[in-house]
Design a binder for this molecule. Sequence first.
Ligand SMILES: NC(=O)c1ccc[n+]([C@@H]2O[C@H](COP(=O)([O-])OP(=O)(O)OC[C@H]3O[C@@H](n4cnc5c(N)ncnc54)[C@H](OP(=O)(O)O)[C@@H]3O)[C@@H](O)[C@H]2O)c1
Length: 232
Amino acid sequence: MSNSLQEKRILIVGGSSGIGLAVAKQACKAGGKVIIASRNAVKKHNNLAAIVGCEIETYSFDVTSEIETETELRKIGAIDHLVITTRPEITPAPFVKTSLEQAKMAFELKFWGQYQLIQKAQGHISQDGSIAMTTGIAGEKIFKNFSTMTIINSSTEAFCRSLAVELAPIRVNVVSPGFVAPKSPEIEKYSQQFPAGKIASPKEVAEAYIYLMGSPYTTGISVVIDGGARLI
Ligand SMILES: NC(=O)c1ccc[n+]([C@@H]2O[C@H](COP(=O)([O-])OP(=O)(O)OC[C@H]3O[C@@H](n4cnc5c(N)ncnc54)[C@H](OP(=O)(O)O)[C@@H]3O)[C@@H](O)[C@H]2O)c1
């Protein structure tokens, strides 16, 4: 499996920061050809290339825009793997105080954004390639004030299983992170109760995407990387 990403074209949408950027670095170390896309990736090209440590391609588009997504995918051309790590801006709030508008905006980016991107990427992804979406443990463990992320993440996991059947032989999987650095001192303290005793580094989460891309018999699963946070 160690050489399986060598020379593979890996598109990471949401790869300009956080978990996606850590995936870009790991993919580069594994010999992959890294392509980073996000709304502002092109203007950060030099900085991103320096962080990733390889030659990269960058493209800028908003996943909620059908026309931008189609246009940029056409420029990107053929890829082997698609990783999606886009994150919505959402403030945790009790369900009764959650604005429907804000909940719909989060759905628009994280659920429908992934949906549209995967649909438009058909024909670009190699038949022995893969797709990895991102959810989060709020889809599985119930935290007060996270009802919007709970429904987005759990519906994305059901969507993944559905696509693993419909898009085969392309493999479709999900990574479900728990609490990932950087986090507030309060969350750092809370994380000491986890079996792993700490929050995750982006690199620790990124390794799950590398495993999923390189594992030819793995499809339709959700890999939870939460240090056991969902168990307490
Ligand atoms: N961090 C955590 O603790 C945690 C926990 C559980 C789950 N997750 C999930 O893990 C994923 C990554 O989280 P993160 O914390 O690494 O996020 P992050 O650092 O905020 O990065 C988000 C990325 O998405 C891009 N992006 C945002 N809106 C976009 C849009 N409309 N179109 C295209 N790109 C867009 C951003 O770049 P631009 O601004 O340039 O567009 C950036 O590259 C998310 O799905 C998040 O829900 C994270």
